[in-house]
Design a protein around this ligand. Sequence first.
Ligand SMILES: Nc1nc2c(ncn2[C@@H]2O[C@H](COP(=O)(O)OP(=O)(O)O)[C@@H](O)[C@H]2O)c(=O)[nH]1
Ligand SMILES: [Mg+2]
Length: 443
Amino acid sequence: MGAPDTICALASGPPPSAIAVVRVSGPAVRNVCAQLLASGLPEPRRAVLTRIQDLRGAEVDEGLVLFSPAPHSYTGEDTLELYLHGGPAVIAHALDALTAVHGVRLAEPGEFTRRAFEAGKLDLTEAEGVADLIEAETLAQKSQALRQVSGGLSNIYNAWRDDLTGLLALVEVMVDFPDEGDVGSGAAAPVREGVARLMIDVEAALGDGGIGERIRDGFRIAIIGAPNAGKSTLLNRLAGREAAIVTARPGTTRDVIEIRRVLGGQVVWIADTAGLRETEDEIEAEGIRRARMTADDADLCIQLVDASDPVSPPPLPYPPPKGIRVVNKADLSGPEGIAPADFIISAKEGAGLETLEAGLAARIAALAGSVESPVITRARHREKLGRGLAALASARTALDQDLGFELVAEDLRLAIREMRAIIGEIGVEDILGAVFSRFCIGK
Ligand SMILES: Nc1nc2c(ncn2[C@@H]2O[C@H](COP(=O)(O)OP(=O)(O)O)[C@@H](O)[C@H]2O)c(=O)[nH]1
Ligand SMILES: [Mg+2]
């Protein structure tokens, strides 16, 4: 295997900006310094002000540079950072000058972090945390990502892996020396206890209501109700724009329309859905099927009722706290005509909207606060942890039914594999591309 390419990229935001940070990492960094910096190779980890030029000697800019020699850098390789004036022409000239040096090319998205992962600077959950931190929009997303970057999840998964490895060692002794001492139910007891204890912890992590994923990806609120109840009007109000088409004609909304906003300190997706009614129309029927799916999947479901509609609303299956009964078109009806509701609004005129928003925000905030530090922040973790739990359950069955320690050992090995896959110790090739390609370039 030859030396890896040296990569470079703009690491700061799009120009123009006050300062642009260009990052270079790899074995050619020392050449870059020798050929492009008037200062030559800067003293390690010291900001140095220098003229930067291209290979023909034309000035690129004057700015600070920072050299971090391997292995004490983000990527574990020799790394150079250039702090330039943040104009598009400066950045373009700098990247041209860098890539003209032998062995230097532009970086792929996430390639710096991928190198950090491959150098063992970060495990996979920490690298995922880096991506989440860069994309974090709410404080809740930020603190969850930061905890993940600093090993908050790795510590838990590592501890489970280590516990499992300890149990496996006990079981392997019993496989290897079945006739020695008091092997049998007595010797199996600590294994049985260990498996039971781990199952409780893993079940608790899996039973978190998906809060970690919701904080990261957004909570979900569905608006459901009869045609013409004013669902689309309410969505537009909550969006602050005309996201959905509003007409007096029932059955206008056929697909699920979602808007994204911050509510109660959390990212929230609010979905407008097709009105629930019996219909012969194939497209509308599909819309209604999607409406039910969206509602099933939602954390909160606004069940919208038209105060002026004498027809009784369709069955609304979600009890509180998920189901929130909202009566709309209060402007068309005297207070005496209004059925009991959690909120009474006029989506068209805006009455009661602030109270409704505050109520939704409080419910979302309560949901988000219901789990202190979620262990699972992505579907990837949930899937693997679920498989780990299944392997533990199988180990318990093998112990209970005395099916032999070989089987127990095999199940424990499976569970260990799942933990190691979560932190990226094994089986990562297929997912690495997926994880890192979603990073921005320069990270
Ligand atoms: N008077 C009154 N009309 C409303 C109110 N909300 C919606 N509408 C009207 O009811 C009709 C149906 O609204 P729309 O939002 O399309 O209902 P959807 O079918 O539930 O999405 C439209 O003509 C709206 O202008 C309201 O609060 N008061
Ligand atoms: Mg509609």
